[in-house]
Design a protein around this ligand. Sequence first.
Ligand code: ADP
Length: 502
Amino acid sequence: MNPATQPFVLSQPTQAFLHQPKRMLIGGQWVEAVAGQTFAVHDPAGENIIAHVPEGRAEDVDLAVRAARRAFESGPWATMSPAERGKIIWRIGDLLLQHADELAEIESLDNGKPRAVAYAADVPLSADMFHYMAGWATKIHGNHLSLSCLYTPGVPYHAYTRSEPIGVVGQIIPWNFPLLMAAWKLAPALAAGCTVVLKVAEETPLSALRLGELLQAAGLPDGVVNIVTGYGETAGAALAAHPGVDKVAFTGSTEVGRLIVQAAAGNLKKVSLELGGKSPNIIFKDADLDTAIAGAASAIFFNHGQCCCAGSRLYVEKSVFDRVVDGVANIAQKIKLGPGMDPNTEMGPLVSSIQQNRVCGYLDLGRQEGARAVVGGQRRQGSGYFVEPTVLVDTQPQMRVVQEEIFGPVVVAMPFENLEDELVAEANNSIYGLAAGIWTHDLSRAHRVAARLKAGTVWVNCYNIFDASLPFGGYKQSGWGRESSEAVLSNYLETKAVAIRL
Ligand code: ADP
C-alpha cells in the first residue's frame, strides 16, 4: 500500500482479512471461480490494488443457485422453526456490531467513504436491519378466511392462507453502501425463510465477503446464503436470467433495472427493483433556514452524493434563494476531501474512475447547457477519484443536469415563487419518484405537499432518515416494491390459499 495515500494504520483484523486469499461462498465452502480467474479491487483514494477476488461467471452462479436450491428444499433451514431462524438472524446483527471497527475500515478502504461515517451509519444500520428482521421471522402468518361459495349452498369450508418463502432468491447489489445493501437484502429474505445467491458489486466486494464469514459464525446453515463476486454483465446477468431462481431483487441504476426485468422474463421470476432518483428537496421561506441549509447540504453531499435518494434538485422559495445557495455553497467550500481512512476527512473519493468521469461529464454538460457552478465544478487533481462538492445554478427544467441522475456531489438549485401547484408540478417533473424533502414551519402545507409529491419517501424538516421500520422504494422509474419494514417481506413471500371442504 502506498503510505502517502494510506497514512493510517489498519487494525490487525482488517490487515489479516485483506491478506487472506479471497474466495466466494458457495454451499458453505469458500471457493475460487471455476475458470480460476480473479479481478483486482482498488482503493479509490489511492487507486492502488487492495485485493483480488474471484471473477465468478455463469458457471459459478449456477453452482451457487444449485446450492441455494438444495438448502431451500432439504437442508436444516427448510425445517428450522421460525424462532431458530430468528435467533440466527439476530446473532448476525450482534456479530456485525462486535466487528464494527473492522467492517468500517474495510468499507472505507473499498468504497472510499469516511471510516467514521461507515462506523456511525453503515455498520449500525446494517446490524439494525438484521435485528429488526429477526423479530419478523416469528410473525409471518396467513389468515383465516370465511367463504361464501354461493354455488355450493350449505357446504361448510375451512379456508386459510399460508405465507410461504418464495424460494431461491437472486440478489444483486450496488457499491454505494456495500454492507448496508447486503443487509437490506439478506435480512428480510432470511426472515421469510428463503435461500439466497448474493451478487455483490464488482467495485466493492470486500465487506460482503467478511459478512459471509460472520454469517457462518452466526450458525447459518450451508448454502442458505451464497456470495458471488463478479461483473454485472456476466455474473449479474446470469443470476437475473437463471431458471432456478424464483425471484430477483435488485438495487442499482434504472438502466440496469430494465435489463434485469428483461432477463427475468425467461422464467417470469418475480422482480423487485430499487433504482435511481432525482429527488426534489424543497425549502420554503418560513423554514428554519439554518437547519434547512445544513439539511440541504447533507441531503446531497452525504456519501458524496452517491445515494439513489440524494436531494439533487434543490427548490428554494425565491426571497430566500440567495441566502440558501450561499449557505449550501459555504458548507460545500469547507468540506474536507481526503482518503476515507483519514480521520479529518469529511468527503472521500467517488468509488471509481468511471464514476468520477461520469460525474465530471455532467459538470461539463451543465456548463455547456448554460448552468453555472457557484462552488466546485471540478475533479481534484492528483491521485484518487475526487470530485469537488458542487452547487449549480442558472439551470432550466429540461436541462440534462436537472433531469438525469448524476450520482455525485452535485446539486442543482432553483428558485420558485410561492405557487404550490407550479412547485408541485415542477418537483414531480421527473421520470423518478424515490424521495423528496420539504422544509417549512407550516404544518398544513407540509402535509399537503407531502401528499402531492410522487415519491416513495417524503422527509419533512429532515433528510436521509433511514430506519428498518420505514418502507423505502420508488414511484415511477425509481423501482418496484419496497425495501425495509414489514413491506419488504412481501418481496420474499408467496401467498397460498387452502380451501377445505368439511
Ligand atoms: P452503477 O451504474 O451505479 O455502477 P449498476 O446498476 O451498474 O450501478 O450496478 C449495480 C449492480 O448491478 C452491480 O452489482 C452490477 O454488477 C450489477 N449489474 C450491472 N449490469 C448488470 C446486468 N446486465 N445484469 C445484472 N446485473 C448487472
